[in-house]
Design a binder for this molecule. Structure first.
Ligand code: C2E
Ligand code: CA
Ligand code: CA
Ligand code: CA
Length: 278
């Protein structure tokens, strides 16, 4: 925050310097992290509200920083985007998530898809379809078991976005529109784009038991998805009451702390299924 007053300038410049130094240090660390295998992926299961079966798993990147401990994406994804490291990071996460899911399929885990988050820069990268294809080939995961999560804000240019999405759809993978309802998108493209699923942003779920506007928005998204023949999932379910409202509104899929936090792969496995002994 920029401060005014007598010592305002000095204070501001000091803050800027320390922020910059810390940022540069973190950037250097992040470069090394990729080489030193410090990144890791946690997995959060998604469930069917009617029978509580697991229907998917979202991959969420973490950084095991040697000095700072476990870091969450908000501390390093923006930095990775600014520095271009997001390409290598994103490729690593995609490969790791596909490898892990193939491993689980082969080892007695549920035959469900893994969802991977894409940054806007990755979505617009030239060879996206090529490298997704390559990673699926390398890991042996069938395309129907991969979901890419993108956000409305990535699709500012509808023609370009449609071309990219059509290419991805031809591969046989599916697209989920993350944080849905928070962007400024025109609904008309929803019909034209090969989008498989709308993911209702957690900000609409948080107060849904008390806030009638949020509840109305969620009901509207669910009914719109049904009319457009899309699936819909609600994220950020933390309580039984929230779950009951979503069930009452025929929301088939949910994800949130109420069922499970994102977990390291071995913990997810231990909690939710029995692996085949090798
Ligand atoms: P997102 O894609 O919206 O992911 C959902 C976030 O909500 C995750 O935070 C998850 O841990 C958290 N969450 C899940 N259930 C609940 C709940 O019931 N209550 C609350 N309060 N939170 C819940 P996380 O893992 O810190 O990730 C934050 C964001 O970082 C993600 O938001 C996504 O935009 C980004 N991100 C994560 N992994 C990747 C990645 O591999 N690549 C890129 N480009 N972005 C990533
Ligand atoms: Ca997501
Ligand atoms: Ca989300
Ligand atoms: Ca979100």
């Amino acid at each position: 925050v920029k401060k005014h007053g007598k010592n305002g300038y000095r204070y501001y410049s000091h803050e800027l310097d320390s922020g910059l130094a810390e940022k540069m240090e973190l950037e250097a660390d992040l470069r090394k992290a990729l080489e030193r295998d410090e990144l890791t992926v946690h997995y959060q299961p998604q469930f069917d509200t009617s029978d509580r079966s697991m229907i998917g798993i979202e991959a969420l990147v973490r950084w095991n920083h040697p000095a700072r401990g476990l870091l969450y994406p908000k501390t390093f994804i923006p930095l990775a985007e600014e520095t271009g490291l997001i390409y290598d990071l994103g490729t690593w996460v995609l490969r790791e998530a596909c490898r892990q899911m193939k491993d689980w399929h082969d080892g007695g885990g549920p035959r469900i898809p893994v969802s991977v988050n894409l940054s806007s820069l990755q979505f617009h990268q030239n060879n996206l379809v090529g490298y997704v294809t390559r990673i699926l080939e390398e890991t042996g995961l069938a395309p129907e078991y991969l979901v890419l999560e993108i956000t409305e804000s990535m699709m500012m240019d509808p023609a370009t976005s449609k071309a990219i999405l059509d290419d991805l759809a031809r591969l046989g993978i599916r697209i989920s529109l993350d944080d849905f309802g928070t962007g400024y998108s025109s609904l008309s493209y929803l019909r034209q784009f090969p989008i498989h699923k709308l993911k209702i942003d957690r900000s609409f779920i948080a107060d849904i038991t008390m806030n009638d506007n949020d509840k109305a928005i969620v009901e509207t998204i669910i009914s719109m998805a049904r009319h457009l023949n899309m699936n819909v999932i609600a994220e950020g379910i933390e309580t039984e009451d929230q779950l009951e409202i979503l069930k009452a509104n025929a929301c088939k899929e949910i994800q949130g702390y109420y069922f499970s936090r994102p977990l390291p792969p071995d913990e997810l496995e231990k909690t939710f299924w029995t692996p085949i002994q090798a």
